[in-house]
Design a protein around this ligand. Structure first.
Ligand code: UDX
Length: 446
């Protein structure tokens, strides 16, 4: 008989994982403790913008016409325990308020709520990004608090999905990493992932700490790559070089590669910034802080980018934002997402507003979230609306919609035709031909 799967937590990770498991043919029961989320999901609606996720859910949510009915939602822990052979823990681990460390309270609460209901052999699989050592602690907790004792086994299976590509990354992962302590656990996870493994996804089996570390190591490497190219952008600014050409040229070396070398206002979002900080905090607890002091520099290069964008805009306006109109294109931390958590774009918009600028923001999908976070900024319902009357235009999230804008039409409504490209994603020639002054970060002469 096929394994029955539960998914605990229905955010980006959990909602996508639950729908993907149903797509792979499993019966799935997903739990969340927020009633509004469950109501929405039961109707086949998604609480966030993620391309393809709504369609995937609607193919499987029970009660939706034409759906397979393999995916259901609940708020009842006993029902989850009764139903599942494999329980995936997909709750978030945000940065603790006022500290670098990760807040483990949601993971701990999920395991504590589930454990007392586990009366038969099951596999609990952690997917959340956690400080190394958590799996060992949670395994001991389960063995002690589950009526099934050691038969309520734990495994760790980090998730590498990117927002905007969550569905694709979950259905066709570039690798599957499982930290296990028994052959049984490995066998169960091989069964769960039989389809992607059959299609060629590498299946890497490790111990607990390595599985936990793979995730934080990967995100640290990615953050380092971005801050490396942004450091080169700073040098290019000073030396009159062009960081975009530099990235292209070093990227021809296979060992370096071209991906993830786009200089600009840096990384944000719900993962990279908090993950590198939590990693530093954990290394400190383990007495290995020296190994990760470079991440402090990665973080400060990244945060400096936002300030440099603000400076560039202020210089353009002759030294002050007072009474000047600034158009901001982009609010989400990256395109194809409505996520504004630690968004570099909104951070820049907020700083300019605080310095007296009249900021008008437009984003294709992130408007509601941006308004909630920064209610005092101005908002327009189109790029044209944001640019109307602007003394300077800042391109801060590289949506396709912005690449397809007509610079001539925007030039008609702008007060001054100055464009600052904070993502190095627009074509300078096209904008200059329409009479714009184009300036990008790390390319003073481009
Ligand atoms: C990231 C990891 O890529 C993913 O594997 C992990 O599971 C979660 O964290 P995500 O946060 O969705 O995913 O976004 P990603 O596409 O990696 O971008 C992160 C940030 O870096 C964005 O703000 C993006 O604009 C920025 N970025 C990315 C750059 O500034 N330059 C680049 O070249 C690439």
């Amino acid at each position: 008989m096929s394994l029955k799967i539960t998914v605990i937590g229905t955010g980006y990770l959990g909602a996508t994982h639950a729908a993907a498991m149903a797509e792979l043919g499993f019966e799935v029961l997903a739990l969340d403790i927020v009633p509004e989320k469950i109501d929405l999901l039961r109707r086949g609606e998604v609480p966030m913008y993620e391309p393809g996720l709504r369609e995937l859910l609607r193919r499987h949510v029970a009660g939706i016409e034409g759906a397979t009915g393999r995916l259901r939602f609940t708020m009842d822990w006993a029902e989850v325990a009764e139903f599942g052979d494999v329980h995936f823990v997909c709750v978030n681990t945000p940065q603790k308020y006022g500290e670098y460390a990760a807040d483990m309270s949601y993971v701990d609460a999920a395991v504590a709520s589930l454990a007392p209901h586990l009366t038969r052999p099951v596999l609990v699989v952690g997917k959340s990004t956690v400080p190394v050592g958590s799996a060992e602690r949670l395994a001991a907790y389960l063995a002690e608090h589950a009526p099934a004792g050691a038969d309520a086994e734990l495994a760790w299976n980090p998730e590498f999905l990117r927002e905007g590509f969550a569905v694709e990354d979950t259905l066709h992962p570039d690798r599957i990493v499982v930290g296990v302590r028994s052959e049984r656990a490995e066998k169960v996870l091989r069964e769960v992932y039989a389809t992607p493994v059959g299609e060629g996804s590498p299946f890497v089996v490790t111990d607990f700490p390595t599985a936990e570390l793979v995730k934080t190591a990967a995100n640290s490497f990615l953050a380092t790559k971005i801050s490396f190219i942004n450091a080169m952008a700073e040098v290019c600014e000073a030396a009159g070089g062009d960081v975009a050409r530099l990235a292209e040229a070093i990227g021809h070396d296979d060992r370096i590669g071209r991906k993830y070398l786009r200089a600009g206002i840096g990384f944000g979002g719900g993962c990279l910034p908090k993950d590198i900080r939590a990693f530093m905090a954990r290394a400190g607890e383990l007495g290995a802080d020296q190994a990760l002091t470079f991440l402090r520099e990665i973080d400060s290069i990244n945060m400096r980018r936002r300030g440099q964008m603000v400076e560039m805009a202020r210089e353009t306006l002759g030294g002050s934002f007072l009474g000047r109109r600034v158009a901001v294109l982009g609010a989400a931390f990256k395109p194809d997402s409505d996520d504004v958590r630690d968004s570099p774009a909104l951070n820049v918009a907020g700083q300019i507003h605080l310095q007296g600028g009249q900021v008008t923001v437009y984003d294709p999908k992130g408007m509601d979230n941006a308004r909630r976070l920064f209610p005092t900024l101005g908002y327009a319902d189109s790029a044209l609306g944001a640019v109307r009357g602007a003394d300077v235009v800042l391109h801060l999230t590289e949506w396709r919609e912005f690449r397809e804008l007509d610079p001539a039409a925007l030039g008609e409504v702008a007060s001054t035709r100055v464009l600052l490209d904070g993502r190095n994603a627009l074509d300078p020639q096209v904008w200059r031909r329409a009479g714009w002054t184009y300036r990008a970060m790390g390319r003073p002469t481009a």
